[in-house]
Design a protein around this ligand. Sequence first.
Ligand SMILES: [Zn+2]
Length: 235
Amino acid sequence: MQLAPGLHRLGDGLINAYLLDDGGAVTIIDASVSGYWGDLPAELAAMGRTLEDVRAIVLTHGHSDHIGFAERGRRERGWPVHVHELDAALARGEVPNPAKGLGPVKIGPLLSFMWFGARHGGLRTTVVKEVATYGDGATLDVPGSPRVILVPGHTPGSAALHVPSHDALFAGDALATKAVTTGATGPMLAPFTADPAEARRSLERLRGIEAHWLLPGHGLPWTDGVEAAIARIDG
Ligand SMILES: [Zn+2]
């Protein structure tokens, strides 16, 4: 769906991927679960674009519900897949998920999330064979020129991506506005976070960023400002 001109979301808000148009060239932010592949042509068409216009996939981190169709895009379309250097091994499937547990769980929402993931190919996630790595502070040479802010905690290489031209900050799972494990909504640290204390400290790195669109990996867009989101997480 369109959020703003040149800014679209795949999925209905439970597991998000975003499409960013910059003068006719498109960057995909996160690759969700593999079943979203089939939704790409229609979403691109809604932007007046096609698969031919996609230049890159940028991953916010290496978790399986974010790398979904990345390998297919790389293999079939030649799209480079960018990820922070500290999450490269995770995206390539060389190390286990660093998350230690689920945290609080409500069984209904958790089962819906798992069922949704399974129906959309989450059980068939293919690791990314080759990734291009980026570092903290980099401005990526892909459409939209996202600037990288390393926000470790959810995973060691979790990154937020600031795209001033679209007034957007892609948070990945540095924060969520929906807990897939409990159904709770509003800004929060995401479930499956490896180091919650570090994740909370990392939010300090986002303070001062002006972005109308704060776009999480899970949940609906937050449009009340980055500071307000962080304040809500502080309780
Ligand atoms: Zn996630």
